[in-house]
Design a binder for this molecule. Structure first.
Ligand code: ADE
Length: 232
């Protein structure tokens, strides 16, 4: 997959995408990451990319001509290019959306700043608005890293253990069951002892499966009743 980021802050990349599993995928050319500095397409000598909103109001809005010129500077290899604009007022990102995005070969991500982007960028240039959650960040760069990280790990061959994709949280609309490791009995700094649930050390695979399923259901009901209602 080829990922192209349009941003006024290209130095924020690769950021988290240069480390760990995704960093290895980048080194091993499982995907490529290009950044385009929106200021290079600014309308004046200062490289201005935004202006005041028509109708008044606070903040600044990214100009559509700047985005179009930045986009035109990219030589695309395919016709079906996904264009995404990251904004808190977009469709909420889900594992299903990540699955779908991970099938594409080219993806352009526009990182918003300021008040947002001119609506014609959405309607004419075809950017889809996506939010990574119901909270406001000061820009789309960290959100872009969240989206790309979530997408790239779904590309076959990126994760060492593909089985873990099947079991992880959100497959089946359930949160993942709790995990335990050594020591089997952990004595904390106050001298209290905490044991690993007995069933996990029983070696009884069917019972372990049942326990994990029950815990998944219990946890989902408590922490994410909305997800639980969607059905298992
Ligand atoms: N930019 C600022 N806040 C954001 C959010 N919640 N999701 C995506 N992009 C954003």
């Amino acid at each position: 997959m080829r990922v192209i980021i349009l941003t006024p802050y290209p130095e924020m990349f690769p950021g988290a995408l240069g480390h760990s599993i995704i960093g290895n995928a980048l080194d091993n050319k499982k995907f490529s990451l290009e950044t385009i500095n929106l200021h290079d397409f600014g309308i004046d000598k200062r490289g201005s990319i935004d202006d005041q909103p028509f109708g008044g109001g606070p903040g600044m809005v990214i100009r559509p001509d700047v985005v179009e010129n930045a986009l035109n500077s990219v030589l695309f290899n395919s016709k079906s290019i996904r264009k995404i604009f990251l904004t808190p007022s977009g469709q909420k990102l889900t594992q299903n959306i990540l699955q779908e995005l991970s099938q594409h070969t080219e993806m352009v991500i526009l990182c918003g700043r300021f008040e947002g982007v001119d609506q014609r960028v959405i309607e004419t240039l075809g950017f889809q608005e996506i939010s990574i959650g119901d909270y406001v960040l000061s820009g789309g760069e960290i959100a872009a890293q969240v989206l790309v990280e979530g997408c790239i790990r779904l590309i076959p061959g990126v994760l060492g253990q593909p089985q873990s994709l099947l079991e992880e949280t959100f497959s089946n609309n359930l949160l993942e069951y709790p995990h335990y490791t050594r020591p089997q009995v952990w004595e904390d700094n106050q001298g209290n002892k905490h044991e690993v649930p007995e069933v996990l050390t029983s070696g009884h695979h069917e019972k372990i499966e049942r326990w994990r399923k029950d815990k998944s259901i219990e946890k989902t009901k408590t922490l994410r009743p909305d997800l639980f209602k969607k059905g298992i």
